[in-house]
Ligand binder design. Structure first.
Ligand code: NAP
Length: 282
């Protein structure tokens, strides 16, 4: 029997726990704050930012969305980040990506105070993850680890294969799984015999951005399959990188799209904001 890893339900449970924690923190005068910077009018980014704002409100995290015009210069944006780095009301700062072409994303992400980098994208936090220090971790792989943990899925000694090597999902995912003693393989667009490599996986994480790319040829019977991809079909429906109908019957666990990894990503952002506030204020 395949079990569905329902990220929506888990996210709701965790957000409720966080709401209570934030209430308790208020008693000792700690008020977690999150600042989100949105540059320009990108439609998808506006939806993501609205969802983050909503989750923060629900949990009781004080949030600010700084909406800046697409014409803002890199220097002006850096000034805004410096201002937020120094602002004691905000423990987390997030810059919604992508940024307009004339702005260098790397320069902007590097300018965020690593202590406030709740997205976990700063090279210092990624470096800490690499050497195995407790640190802020990119939210999507952090959310996946929570899902695996909540289902008591054994990781030690298991073969984990990750398809996709992005800095925000694939690579940090590999380090988190390695830290739990999985044997990790990272694959990408140049990997030879990808389906064969994937079919060795006890845990398969797919983060490529190609609709229904992973078919049943990629799956070992009983594997745990985590689908990070979000792709919009022509009819408007959202689907993952995994051909869910064909693959699900072969798995022990699988994440759906939507309602799998997505809701956990935002939840981890809130969790890291609360943790940053506790570290800074206690
Ligand atoms: P990305 O930066 O878009 O990079 C895609 C990765 O997939 C690259 O490493 C690429 O390999 C690899 N790839 C592309 N085509 C491939 C192929 N045919 N075979 C094997 N590997 C292939 O990745 P991302 O940022 O991780 O995003 C991936 C997907 O996840 C997107 O759909 C995105 O919207 C979604 N996403 C969802 C969440 C969430 O919260 N649910 C969060 C983040 C991203 P190369 O490196 O060789 O080019």
């Amino acid at each position: 029997m395949t079990e569905i890893l329902n990220g929506k339900i888990l996210a709701e449970q965790l957000q409720e726990q966080m709401r209570r924690e934030v209430e308790d923190l208020r008693e000792i005068n700690i008020h977690p704050g999150l600042a989100v910077i949105l540059v320009g009018e990108d439609a998808a980014s506006q939806v993501y930012v609205r969802n983050k704002e909503r989750a923060a409100q629900k949990i009781g995290i004080h949030s600010l969305v700084l909406r800046l015009p697409a014409t803002i210069s890199q220097a002006e944006l850096l000034t805004e980040i410096e201002r937020l780095n120094a602002d004691k009301n905000f423990h987390g700062i997030l810059v919604q990506l992508p940024l307009p072409k004339h702005i260098n994303e790397e320069v902007i992400l590097d300018a965020i105070d690593p202590k406030k980098d709740v997205d976990g994208f700063h090279p210092m936090n990624l470096g800490n993850l690499f050497v195995g220090k407790k640190t802020m971790v990119p939210c999507t792989p952090a959310g996946i680890m929570e899902m695996l943990k909540s289902a008591n899925i054994e990781l030690a000694g298991k073969n984990a294969v990750i398809i996709g090597r992005s800095n925000i999902v694939g690579k940090p995912m590999a380090h988190l799984l390695l830290a739990e003693n999985a044997t990790v393989t990272i694959t990408h667009s140049k990997t030879k015999n990808l389906a064969e490599v994937a079919s060795q996986a006890d845990i398969l994480v797919v983060t490529i951005g190609r609709a229904a790319f992973v078919t049943k040829d990629f799956i070992k019977e009983g594997a745990v399959v985590v689908d990070v991809g979000i792709n919009r079909r022509e009819d408007g429906k959202l689907i993952g990188d995994v051909d869910y109908q064909a693959v699900a019957p072969l798995c022990s666990y699988i994440t759906p799209v939507p309602g799998g990894v997505g809701p956990m990503t935002i939840t981890m952002l809130m969790k890291q904001t609360i943790e940053a506030a506790k570290r800074m204020e206690q």
